[in-house]
Design a binder for this molecule. Structure first.
Ligand code: PEP
Length: 256
């Protein structure tokens, strides 16, 4: 059975004081046995997370990683550096990076390779724009994005990764995809993975991301092909993040 993962992507938010308050709020709550929690923070806060979360059940990670191992790449963060600060995960190919920094599918795969080489788990983001969805091109776009990842990472690399379906039109808009839309795409992604390997399809975690909040989490987390959530805005408020995690825990118990 696949475990659920609730990963909070803080994007470019946080401060040392606010981060500490967030962690304390999390630590004041009972541990949720059936759900893994992760928080993906701006790189300057990784040391703080290592200090505050070390030994707790919530793991932490980066929001991006370089496609290079080391060298003259000003501003970039190497996978080995994320590793050194105790990261377990890193987001790769978030749409905000694809859009603002022109990251291509091949570059995204190269970043994932760097992460995997350091035993980090890449959270591989993919998703279609509103224009592409309305033009009926969702499957075509996803086939290409996933195809490049499967080709470059292979079954072995994909088996050590997490997929995150994040339709661009649902990110930060307050407009989540409907449960039916989410389940359709997640089932389709799993089916595509099955063409490479039925074992991969069975085991790969597929998260949904796009305006997940406590009010829609129960419905989304109970979908059969949804293995958790990548949560942006709502993850900044510890109580919201926890409420989403509790919804995922409840959903896991139902399917046990
Ligand atoms: C995200 O940043 O990955 C995301 C899903 O954002 P939000 O939850 O705010 O839509």
């Amino acid at each position: 059975m696949r475990n659920k993962l609730i990963a909070g992507n803080w994007k470019m938010h946080g401060s040392r004081v606010a981060n500490e308050a967030w962690v304390r709020a999390l630590q004041a709550e009972p541990i949720l046995e059936s759900v893994e929690l992760a928080v993906l923070v701006p790189a300057p806060y990784l040391a703080q997370m290592q200090q505050l979360l070390g030994g707790s059940t919530c793991v932490w990670g980066g929001q991006d990683v370089s496609d290079q191992e080391r060298g003259a790449f000003t501003g970039e963060v190497a996978a080995s550096m994320l590793r050194e600060f105790g990261c377990r995960y890193t987001v790769v190919g978030h749409s905000e990076r694809r859009q603002r920094h022109g990251e291509t599918d091949v570059q995204v795969a190269a970043k994932a390779q760097q992460a995997l080489a350091q035993d980090l788990i890449p959270i591989l983001c993919l998703g279609e724009s509103l224009e592409q969805r309305e033009a009926g091109k969702t499957a075509q776009v996803m086939r290409h994005q996933l195809g490049v990842l499967l080709d470059i990472l292979g079954e072995g690399g994909m088996a050590r990764s997490v997929l995150a379906y994040e339709p661009l039109w649902a990110i930060g808009t307050g407009r989540s995809a409907t449960p039916a839309q989410v389940q359709e795409v997640h089932a389709w992604l799993r089916q595509q993975c099955a063409e490479t390997s039925p074992g991969l399809a069975e085991n790969i975690q597929i998260l949904y991301g796009g305006s997940v909040k406590s009010s829609n989490a129960v419905e989304l987390m109970t979908l059969p092909d949804v293995d958790g959530a990548l949560v942006g805005g709502a993850s900044l408020v510890a109580q919201e993040f926890l409420a989403i995690a509790r919804a995922a825990a409840k959903a896991s118990q139902r399917t046990e």
